[in-house]
Structures are given as C-alpha cells and as structure tokens.
Design a protein around this ligand. Structure first.
Ligand code: CDP
Length: 508
C-alpha cells in the first residue's frame, strides 16, 4: 500500500487528483494513542475510501498558552503508528498555511452546545475547533470524518456545524477507547505521574459506579460523587448531568443523558463521562398510507430484535369491532363505556407473524378490507378513541426497545423517541403497492379508485384536529420510491446507530 506524507496543501491537492477515491478523514493533534489508532482502523475498514490522517496542533483551541506549549509532540512515532494502522496518507500542514489570514474563516460553535461542560471553562476552545475543522474540511472535502466519542461535546458541536453550514460530510463517531485500568486514552495522559494516574483511575471508577447505581434507582447524586473526591489529589473542574444530545440541564423527561466531568490532576486537565439510559431506545416511523411503513418497520424490528408496533392495526381493529358490534360510537358515553371493556393485544402466530386480537377475537385479516380502510380515518379522529389507543400504545412502549409505526408516533405517542422517521412516496407508487397487497388478499380494486381513496385518507388524516399526520420537527424524511424495503430499513438502522453514542450499544 502506498503511504504518502503531504506537507503542503498543494501536496494534498496533487494526491487527491491521483487517488480516484473518496476520502475518510481522521483529524488529530498528534501524540497518537489507541483511541486515534482505532479511528484510523475503523476508517480503513470502511469500503474503498482512502484514509487521510491529519496531524496539526491547532493553536486556536488552546485557551491556555502553557498547555499549548507543553502539548506532547511525537511526530516520528505518530507517522509510524498512523501508517501501520492503515492510513494511506498523512497531512502535516504548517501553521502558517492553515492559519493563512486570507483563507481562514472564523467559525462560532453553537452557543447552546458550548455553554456547558468544557465550554464553560475553556473560552473560545470550541470556536477554535470549529474554525480549523471547517478549514480542513474545505481543503480536503472528505466523504466521512471519524471522531472519538471521548470528546462527545466536540462530536455534537461539529455535527451541528456541518448541519448548519450544509456541508457534505458524514460523521462517524467511535466509542471511547479505554486503557485496562478504565481510564480513557488521551494524549495528555503521557504527562501524568504514577500517583496522578491512580487519582485519575478513581475518577473513571466513580463515574462507572454512578452508572451502575443509576441502573437500579435511576438517579444521580452529584454531591455524593463530588464528595468521594475529597481528600484526594484531584480537583473537580466540573461534573454535570445533562441531556446527551442537547447538553441542556433539563433532563427530567430525557431518556439518554450524560454524566461528564473534567478534573485537574496537578496542572493536567482530563475529561471522562458515562452515558445513562432510563429505557431502551424507541424508533418512531410515521407517514401516509402505502409509504412502506409496515414492511420497513417489521424488518427493522427483526434486525434489532425490537418490539414491532403497528398502531394503524389498532385503529383498524377498533373500527372493525365498533362496526361488528353496531356500537353507536357517535355517542360519547356509549363509546367510553365500550372502551372501558376493550382489550387489544398483539400475539405472534405459528408463522412468526403478528396477529391482532380484540376482546379475544383474532381480526388480523378482517381489518385490511376496503370497508375498514374507508371508515378507519373518521373513527381515528374521535378524541376518546385516540386517548384510549395512545395510552395503550405507550404502555406497550414503556420500556422502549420498540419500533412503532403510525401517523402520530413521533408527535404524540412517543415525542421523546430517539429516532423519528417520516416515510413518504409518490401517490402513484403508494397506490401501486396497495393494489398489489389487496390483490394478494383477494380484493380486486380499480387503480384510480384506490388512488382517490388513499388521497382522501391522506387528507382526512392530515387535516383532523387531534394529532394530525404531520412530519415531526425533528424527523428525518425518507422518500421510498425506487428503493427496496430492505434498503430503507438499512438506512433507518444506520441513522439510528449514527445518532446514538456507540457506547450505549451494549446497554440494550
Ligand atoms: O397501512 P395504512 O397506511 O393503510 O394505514 P394504517 O397504518 O393501517 O392506519 C389506518 C388508519 O388508522 C390511518 O389512515 C389513520 O386514519 C389511522 N391511524 C391514526 O390515526 N394514527 C396512527 N398512529 C395510526 C393509524
């Protein structure tokens, strides 16, 4: 494998012209440790892309001049380690070229994401990170950038910058790499004395202990953790329990949170964290009829071993029962009494498919008839019906580990779902899919009539007063025309894993 050292931006452009491949970029400040090497190895495993490692000590991200001066420099060793881990090229630009006044556009890190944790004590640090990473991205134009989750705040800030500036680069984050004593690898660890290293172990150990306790009682006692460091040789700079994604302090309703701290060991400053999760994650999938929700949702549930929840089937089952029992559902009192005695459950049948039972009657096939399709939207717009079914759905998803599909999952049923997807497809594609499904079930339907029926249902669902079908603000929209269900399911799983910190993957 050819290994190239690029000392100038011009060298880099020439190399780019020659490689005829996309670039995976691993930005570093040198003094490479196992954390960096893992990033390079993961990047190297990623398809046919070439791995470019940059080594550049960014002066703009040091708020402390002494820290900058003392930052460990081990260039020869770094070059050797980067190449043996799979780097195709190493970019070693000079400070004057990168900081060139004409080309340097200063960036501001998100105010919200940088107001806590390291942003509090290291003024201008994240602006400096954003400025240099932006400059590197503009020069390199990589397809992917690999970042370590040890600096989770940095990962969030850079993801946010990329989104805001609409840059075309994917971020791949890698779980925090730890030494055998539990301490995360960090370039500054080399500067620690043996005694300081021992103190540092204590910090990581206490965080781990807090996570263990959290699993039992779901609370974090910051004071207690802080007290455990009293009479030790370390000073806690900060210890905060925040939302893992917004880094805000209002965490009561949050599922995934982060307990993160920075400590000072003598003059050295180190950070560590743990992620905490109250329940397993939830994936919410909404969209109009025929957008592919059911097939895709089933596939995801199978691949992730999550519960599959088809909320539409519940509205259909309820509609079928109301018609079958000739209930005057327009009358609130009659409907309420009826709902009080209702029991809807899902059961896996002998074909490993899900059956739906309403008051012990299996209605799986019956609820797919055109008759039910034409009435379900009006029944689904009744507030008592929605209140009852939303409540049932929340009970099923109480512990998470669920992928639910419907019309209001991301907006009403599980507004705190970790991932929200809005599936859509053109009306022709949706009617085509639905016609095939109905034909298989033995219903012969006219294509144009079916199209009109779907359009009407879309209209009714999206204009009703209570939880209408809308794309949640934080949902990712996916248009499914021309893609197989398998491809869409894979894409959603990728979005899911990309959003979550890799470290919690073992927790569910
Ligand atoms: O499979 P298809 O897309 O035709 O619809 P479904 O998911 O079986 O849902 C049938 C109907 O139930 C929808 O047209 C909505 O009127 C209603 N529904 C709802 O209001 N809220 C949900 N979360 C799911 C379905």
């Amino acid at each position: 494998m050819q290994q190239t050292i690029l000392k100038t931006i011009n060298d880099l452009y020439k190399w780019k012209n020659n490689i005829e491949a996309n670039i995976n970029f691993v930005p570093t400040m040198g003094n490479l440790h196992k954390g960096h090497l893992e990033l390079i190895q993961q990047s190297n495993k990623d398809g046919s892309n070439k791995t470019l490692v940059s080594i550049f000590i960014n002066p703009l991200q040091f708020n402390d001049k002494k820290d900058f001066k003392n930052y460990p420099k081990t260039l020869e060793k770094d070059i050797h380690l980067a190449f043996t881990s799979g780097a195709n090229a190493i970019f070693l630009p000079s400070e004057s070229e990168i900081l060139n006044i004409k080309s340097l556009i200063h960036q501001k890190a998100s105010q919200k994401l940088s107001s806590n944790l390291c942003g509090k004590s290291r003024e201008g640090h994240f602006d400096g990170v954003c400025t240099i990473v932006f400059r590197m991205l503009k020069i390199i134009n990589p397809q992917k950038m690999f970042l370590g989750e040890k600096d989770w705040q940095q990962v969030l800030i850079l993801k946010n910058m990329i989104k805001e500036l609409n840059l075309k680069v994917e971020i791949k984050s890698i779980t925090t790499q730890r030494d055998i004593d539990g301490v995360p690898f960090s370039s500054r660890n080399n500067l620690l004395t043996n005694l300081e290293r021992k103190d540092l172990q204590l910090f990581s150990k206490e965080l781990k202990k807090a996570k263990k306790n959290f699993l039992i009682n779901k609370t974090i006692n910051l004071e207690e953790i802080n007290n455990s460091f009293k009479n030790k040789n370390l000073k806690v700079e900060y210890l905060q329990h925040l939302s893992a994604f917004s880094l805000s302090e209002s965490i009561e309703k949050e599922n995934i949170t982060i307990l993160a701290g920075a400590i000072l060991c003598g003059s050295k400053r180190l950070i560590d964290h743990v992620f905490l999760m109250k329940r397993k994650p939830i994936i919410a999938i909404d969209g109009p009829a025929g957008s592919g929700k059911s097939t895709v949702t089933k596939l995801i549930a199978k691949k992730l071993n999550f519960i599959y929840l088809d909320t539409g089937a519940m509205y259909r089952a309820l509609s079928w029962f109301l018609l079958d029992q000739k209930i005057s559902y327009e009358n609130d009192n009659i409907l309420k009494k009826f709902l009080n005695k209702l029991n809807i459950v899902f059961k896996t049948n002998l074909n490993s498919e899900q059956d739906i039972l309403i008051n012990d009657i299996c209605v799986t096939d019956k609820i797919r008839s055109p008759r039910i399709s034409s009435i379900v939207s009006s029944i689904a717009s009744i507030s008592n019906v929605r209140e009852f079914l939303v409540n049932e759905q929340r009970k099923i998803g109480n512990n998470g580990g669920i992928v639910a599909e419907g019309r209001d999952i991301g907006t009403t049923v599980f507004p705190k779902a970790e991932i929200k997807i809005y599936l859509n497809a053109s009306i022709d594609e949706r009617a085509k899919r639905r016609k095939i499904e109905l034909n298989i079930q033995g219903h012969d339907v006219d294509f144009n009539k079916l199209k009109d029926q779907i359009k009407k249902r879309d209209f009714d669902d999206s204009t009703r007063n209570i939880s209408p079908l809308v794309k949640a603000e934080d949902a990712v929209e996916i248009i499914t025309d021309n893609f197989s269900a398998e491809q869409i399911a894979e894409k959603i799983i990728q979005i899911f894993y990309e959003k979550l910190p890799k470290e919690i993957k073992n927790d569910f």
